[in-house]
Design a protein around this ligand. Structure first.
Ligand code: HPA
Ligand code: ZN
Length: 338
């Protein structure tokens, strides 16, 4: 391990953009398929991995929704979450705010309770096993309509004290944030925080809408904001956190080469960028691999890495005291011998 690799591995970090269904590794997909008698359109783990060649977001989503069909019981969601948290802990992750897509599961007949109870149980077990903390963000699928999102918000009512926020994911182009203005307002009135995927494939106008119509607390991805100077200035002035996902961007052809990834430019412009894995089982690596890959391809310095790790906590939904403790831990680590 080089000095910088070791520095990244030990750097305390939080993950703010992780779809738990996207952490379903092919091995677990097959194990759950067998356990639940769900047939998969693949014969082997190798065949699954070979299918993970995407030319855009929709290519990926088609296969990702298919894979999620093996998740049937609370135990499955618990196991899925634990497998992710084990990987996070191994990468120096100490906190995660994880997305889940209830509609992907309720639309195939699972009760709302199954996914959320399994995930909450995995989150508790991860805290006991690794000492890491986590929060849950419920995403609405934007290719579905706003009524369906309202139904999901209603179904979530008994669990709202255990859900930190709502998000917006799935096919971006053609499904602007404005489509979900009312349901985001209702979520805000229920005390939920708000985030939205914007500017991954969609235009800067979608990022403006996420800010002005959805009143988001973070922007997920946000890459295309850089095409609009006024928007960039707004995001800098507002200290808006962007949850950037480098390996995802490469796999989904949002960037053609990691050496041209905008992360370094974002930092230099004063944007509050963070590094995240998005759907690590599909995009070739967990949070540590994302840090390592951009550090190599963009020549990030230790100061950049410390900034990125600090941003992951100041941009998190943890309370101020906990954030301060994590920042102290980063500073102590950066001043240490590694
Ligand atoms: N973008 C939009 N929707 C998603 C993604 C993504 O990267 N991953 C899972 N759902
Ligand atoms: Zn995402």
């Amino acid at each position: 391990m080089t000095d910088t690799s070791a520095f990244i591995a030990g750097l305390p970090k939080a993950e703010l953009h992780l779809h738990i269904e996207g952490s379903l590794e092919p091995e677990l997909m097959f194990a759950l398929g067998r356990r639940n008698n769900v047939d998969l359109p693949f014969r082997s783990v190798e065949e699954v991995r070979a299918a993970y060649e995407f030319s855009n977001l929709q290519d990926f989503l088609d296969i990702y929704y298919q894979g999620a069909a093996v998740l049937q019981t609370e135990q499955d969601f618990h196991d899925l979450a634990m497998a992710y948290f084990d990987r996070l802990a191994a990468d120096g992750g100490v906190h995660a705010e994880i997305f889940f897509d209830p509609q992907t599961h309720t639309d195939r007949g699972l009760p709302f309770s199954v996914a959320i109870e399994g995930l909450l149980s995995g989150m508790r077990a991860a805290e006991a096993r690794h000492g890491l903390t986590s929060k849950l963000i419920m995403c609405f699928l934007r290719h579905l309509d706003e009524d369906a999102a309202f139904n999901t918000l209603r179904a979530a009512e008994p669990w709202l004290d255990r859900i930190t926020g709502v998000g917006l994911d799935s096919s971006e182009v053609g499904h602007p944030p404005s489509k979900f203005e009312k349901v985001f307002k209702a979520a805000g009135e229920r005390g939920l925080l708000r985030v939205a995927h914007a500017g991954e494939e969609g235009p800067p106008a979608y990022v403006w809408e996420a800010l002005d119509l959805l009143h988001v607390d973070r922007i997920d991805h946000g890459n295309r904001s850089l095409e609009d100077e006024a928007l960039t200035a707004r995001l800098v002035a507002q200290e808006m956190t962007l949850t950037v996902c480098p390996l995802s961007n490469h796999k989904l052809c949002v960037v053609d080469d990691l050496t041209r990834h905008p992360l370094k430019r974002m930092l230099d412009l004063g944007l509050k960028a963070t590094i995240n894995s998005d759907d690590p089982a599909y995009f070739g690596g967990y949070i540590g691999a994302n840090y390592q890959a951009v550090t190599q391809s963009l020549g990030l310095t230790r100061a950049d890495l410390v900034t990125l790790a600090r941003n992951s906590f100041t941009g998190s939904f943890l309370d101020e005291e906990r954030v301060a403790l994590h920042l102290q831990a980063i500073d102590a680590y950066a001043a240490g011998p590694v």
